[in-house]
Design a protein around this ligand. Sequence first.
Ligand code: NDP
Length: 311
Amino acid sequence: MRCVLVSKSLDLRFYLGPQFMRAADRIEIVSHPHEGPAMDVRLAVAWHPPDDAFERYPNLQAVCSIGAGVDNILACPSLRPDVDVIRVVDPAQAQMMSGFVAWHVIGHQRRFATYQAQQREERWQRLGQRRAQDVPVSILGFGEIGRRVAADLALLGFPVMAWSRTAKPALQGVRSFHGAAGLDAMLGQTEVLVNLLPLTPETRGILNRKTFARMYRGGYLIQVGRGEHLVEVDLLAALEDGQLAGAALDVFATEPLAPRHPFWRHPRIVVTPHDACEVSVEAIGATFRATAEAIRAGRRPPHSINRQRGY
Ligand code: NDP
């Protein structure tokens, strides 16, 4: 079997490293665009593939993402509708995300930004403390990563709510909501909003003026989903009028964030360069091997996403 590595933003051969190449048992790995016979290519590993990337491979059966998200692969116009798209599920990644989100939730609760500003002015002033139980946190997305984040925040003592498309069984310390009515009900009780949704036609632009207006005044946004979830001007307006006290942004519609973008120097925005958490190369390798095995056995690969739903 032959596998093609396809990316316009990353050198995947370098990114995945020699260990990944060695572990690819009986699979010849080539980089796109490759000159050799394309008929044997049944598998691809991709990240931001160029528009015409999959045109050359008529027998392609599956495309593995190197991350949890697959939106960049589904957006590729040359991806045939019958090709399976596979995401990575990596509990270690969910743990890293959980730490990242907890850092920002606690930063808001304990007013770290104000203390940092006071330190720059050599000002010694206590700000008063709020208990975790008085800071309700809601998570958009109750999937592989959202569940871990929700469970850990609940252990830290925050009242936690989580929203999904379909009804979910309760998790200890986490109230679960679903659908449009569930979102309304949840936002009305929310101070900190964490976005952990996949990017789909339904979720694009979900972080907008109306969403912010339903939250508690002085709320906080932690945006770790995808940049296109956020209506940027609506965030700036919500910060300006005090509806939101601050925001932590890890993902952006255009990455890297453009020079002189207003987010860079905004006093109440924390910017990180899409670095909340990443999957390990080991997890990508395990996904890749399970996919190849399933193709050989004529089975649908595990962790294939639902092409209709978009995640
Ligand atoms: P999953 O696919 O496991 O979970 C997605 C969750 O979102 C599910 O609970 C799903 O509901 C819910 N959902 C999807 N569409 C809707 C909708 N229209 N309305 C309500 N709920 C919806 O994804 P993961 O938890 O693994 O990852 C989530 C996202 O996090 C990724 O797609 C990616 O965008 C982002 N991410 C960002 C990273 C970063 O470094 N910043 C790193 C990793 C991921 P249901 O359960 O009912 O299907």
